[in-house]
Design a protein around this ligand. Structure first.
Ligand code: G1P
Length: 290
């Protein structure tokens, strides 16, 4: 079974929920503690064994490319000042030459269209997709958990999580079949259904391992919910042609595209860092006491 060597990051979205912070700064560059959100996503993919990181960007997102470049002035200054720890961190954080690839989604036509923009880069092999807004804190990287399932089944697999009934209209929702531990067979998928039409409360979270057959459907450019080309519809077309599972992943997911989700991510990630945990708890106590 092939490993997941390529991961696609669709990052062309406008980030309207985080205005005015995102007027100029791409939402993916907002820091959670001291790292931009996008970097958590890249690290997750790298820790899962990915070797190529494909970013689908858009206008105003060039700073993401700069972020992953080797800032040689910075390296030089840190070397001169002998700031060894910072230098080591910077070296660790900078992807090796040729590992990051950027292409643009030239029109906002939906998530399915963004993924389709990567077709010539992905070519004929299974690949991962990470929606950067969904930051996941876990023992084992969520993408690695999905890659394990793909290695076992050979098919497609998405991360899933139960959501409150009134929130089904925010997610792709699974029509679940047979359950086997933390795996559920996916019998159908609906993009953002009203609670009354939702086949379950099991929502797709922004982590996917897909087979290249998904491009067959995406190439037809059929629009779905909200008039957009939906990844959910293309995934639905795979059901019955290959194994398709949802994985109730181990870990906590934060919706960083939402103000409170973003703040919770900061609190959770700061609390999990040795040097910040105590100070963070102090702050929380102070505000909790109000
Ligand atoms: C996208 C997908 C949706 C999925 C969600 C997860 O929606 O279209 O199926 O459940 O991400 O975060 P978006 O949040 O981009 O509207």
């Amino acid at each position: 079974m092939t490993a997941v060597r390529k991961v696609v990051f669709p990052v062309a979205g406008l980030g309207t929920r985080m205005l005015p912070a995102t007027r100029v700064l791409p939402k993916e560059m907002l820091p959670v503690v001291d790292k931009p959100i996008i970097q958590y996503a890249l690290e997750e993919a790298a820790e899962a064994g990915a070797e190529q990181f494909i970013f689908i960007t858009g206008r105003g997102k060039s700073i993401i490319e700069d972020h992953f470049d080797r800032a040689f002035e910075l390296f030089q200054t840190l070397e001169e000042k002998q700031k060894r720890t910072a230098l080591e961190q910077l070296t660790y954080d900078t992807p090796a030459p040729g590992k990051v690839i950027f292409t643009r989604q030239q029109e906002p036509r939906g998530l399915g269209h963004a993924v389709w923009c990567a077709r010539h880069l992905v070519r004929d092999e299974p690949f991962g997709v990470i929606l950067v807004d969904d930051l996941i804190q876990s023992e084992r990287p969520c993408m690695a958990q999905l890659a394990d399932v793909h290695a076992r089944t050979g098919g497609s697999v998405v991360a899933v999580m139960e959501v409150p009934e009134e929130q089904t209209s925010r997610y792709g929702i699974v029509n679940p079949g047979r359950r086997d531990g933390d795996l559920v067979e996916v019998r159908g998928l609906v993009e953002k259904p009203d609670p009354s039409d939702a086949p379950s409360r099991l929502a797709v979270i922004g982590r996917y391992v897909l087979t290249p057959q998904v491009f067959d459907h995406l190439s037809r450019h059929q629009t779905g919910a909200g008039g957009e080309i939906q990844l959910t519809d293309a995934m639905e077309s795979l059901i019955g042609r290959q194994p398709f599972h949802g994985l109730s992943f181990e870990g906590r997911r934060f919706d960083c595209g939402d103000k409170l989700g973003y703040l919770e991510a900061i609190v959770a990630l700061a609390s999990s860092r040795d040097e910040l945990a105590e100070g963070m708890q102090d702050i929380l106590r102070r505000y909790g006491a109000r």
